[in-house]
Design a protein around this ligand. Structure first.
Ligand SMILES: CC(C)(COP(=O)(O)OP(=O)(O)OC[C@H]1O[C@@H](n2cnc3c(N)ncnc32)[C@H](O)[C@@H]1OP(=O)(O)O)[C@@H](O)C(=O)NCCC(=O)NCCS
Length: 223
């Protein structure tokens, strides 16, 4: 593991507005509010911060990727209005409601958005994507490490879950590389566009686990 993330959890400002759309999913069962403000996380390789309106066109362009239709729950077809609303409403709403913490993934030394990573609090799971030109550089395992270290360091959960739809080999490999233990195939936790919960591969990483790759992944993922 590298250095810990720089940012610490900070108390929420008093009187902060909540975004109405943030109540679409059920609140967590009675647990104390986490009072988390958006934080930036960084390493020598990456900076994770908030997406801004300047990122909208890039997000819109990357979200035309047919892999996103196949593997993600993003709206499809994905329009420019979806990108605008993701930045202005979905992301701040997730932080304000403590339901989902989302970051833009950027190189440490450049402002361009390369992808997105998020942590969904109700199921303690990671979601992420990279624009196609930025894959194959090991950026997502590093982004996962930053988010997971922050989640554990701030006591948000003691186990992070991971899932992908069956056969998403690049995503599985990032989780294998990050040290997740494969826990089996079961319906997806999140509902998909067609209203179903398709078969998914699941994994788990405990705060006490080392981050070495673990055996037991489906054929073709490890090694
Ligand atoms: C998942 C994603 C973020 C991973 O990006 P990345 O970290 O740059 O990873 P790559 O695309 O380089 O692939 C990761 C690894 O899988 C390997 N891989 C790719 N295709 C593979 C395949 N068909 N079989 C086995 N391994 C494969 C790559 O060689 C790479 O290995 P490495 O870590 O040893 O270099 C990216 O592929 C993506 O955005 N996909 C679409 C959205 C998505 O599926 N998100 C995840 C939802 S759970």
């Amino acid at each position: 593991m590298g250095p810990p993330p720089r940012a610490e959890r900070r108390p929420r400002r008093r009187g902060r507005q909540r975004h109405a759309g943030a109540r679409l999913r059920p609140r967590r069962p009675a647990s104390p509010p986490l009072a988390v403000e958006p934080v930036d996380l960084s390493s020598p390789l990456l900076r994770l911060d908030q997406p801004t309106p300047a990122d909208a066109e890039t997000i819109f362009a990357y979200c035309q990727d047919p892999l996103f239709e196949k593997y993600l729950t993003v709206p499809w077809p994905y329009t420019r209005a979806h990108a605008d609303s993701f930045i202005a409403e979905y992301v701040p709403g997730g932080w304000a409601s403590d339901l989902e913490y989302t970051w833009a993934v950027r190189a440490a030394d450049a402002p361009e958005l390369l992808g997105v990573i998020g942590f969904r609090v109700p199921d303690a799971s990671l979601g992420y994507w990279l624009g196609a030109p930025h894959r194959g550089r090991g950026l997502i395992p590093e982004a996962q490490r930053l988010v997971i270290d922050w989640v554990f360091a701030n006591g948000i959960v003691s186990t992070v879950n991971w899932q992908c739809l069956v056969g998403n080999m690049p995503s599985s490999r990032t989780a294998w590389r990050a040290g997740f233990t494969f826990t089996g195939e079961a319906p997806a936790v999140q509902v998909h566009r067609d209203g179903t919960y398709p078969p998914a591969w699941h994994g788990r990483l405990r705060a006490t686990d080392d981050r070495a790759p673990k055996p037991g992944w489906p054929a073709g993922v490890a090694g």
